[in-house]
Design a protein. Structure first.
Length: 135
């Protein structure tokens, strides 16, 4: 199973993307459509992935007096990720995560030409669950 199964069979399509520097309040609004992940981009490439919780925490830490002060989304709000092409297998995605020492892969277009096109998000836990389920 895991040696031949492609990442697209397991990846999540519930994501949105925003460039680093996006106002945190705007980033929070991006979660209203119920994505699981927000991909933070820098120069058009995936730099980090973040869930709603760290953004909510950062906004809460600002407090009510900071309503007019802007705070920007940074890669530090999320966790590191590695880009993996949609043509990769689950084994190749795990190997890429191991090399980059991260637990999340951002799945991109299968060719060099569309390497900055984000197709989905895949976690180490999702791969492990798929391998356990399908043996």
């Amino acid at each position: 199973f895991r040696s031949r199964t492609g990442v697209s069979a397991v990846m999540s399509h519930r994501f949105t993307a925003a460039p680093a520097g996006t106002d945190l309040a705007d980033a929070r609004r991006l979660f209203e459509g119920a994505p699981e992940w927000l991909i933070v981009t820098e120069s058009g490439r995936a730099a980090a992935v973040v869930t709603a919780e760290p953004i909510e925490r950062a906004l809460a830490e600002r407090g009510p007096d900071a309503v007019h002060a802007s705070a920007a989304l940074t890669v530090e709000h999320g966790q590191g990720c590695v880009s993996v092409p949609a043509s990769a297998t689950l084994r190749e995605a795990l190997d890429a995560m191991d090399r980059a020492e991260v637990d999340v892969a951002v799945i991109t277009g299968p060719s060099i030409r569309d390497a900055n096109t984000i197709k989905g998000v895949l976690t180490r836990a999702e791969i492990e669950a798929a391998v356990r389920y399908h043996g």
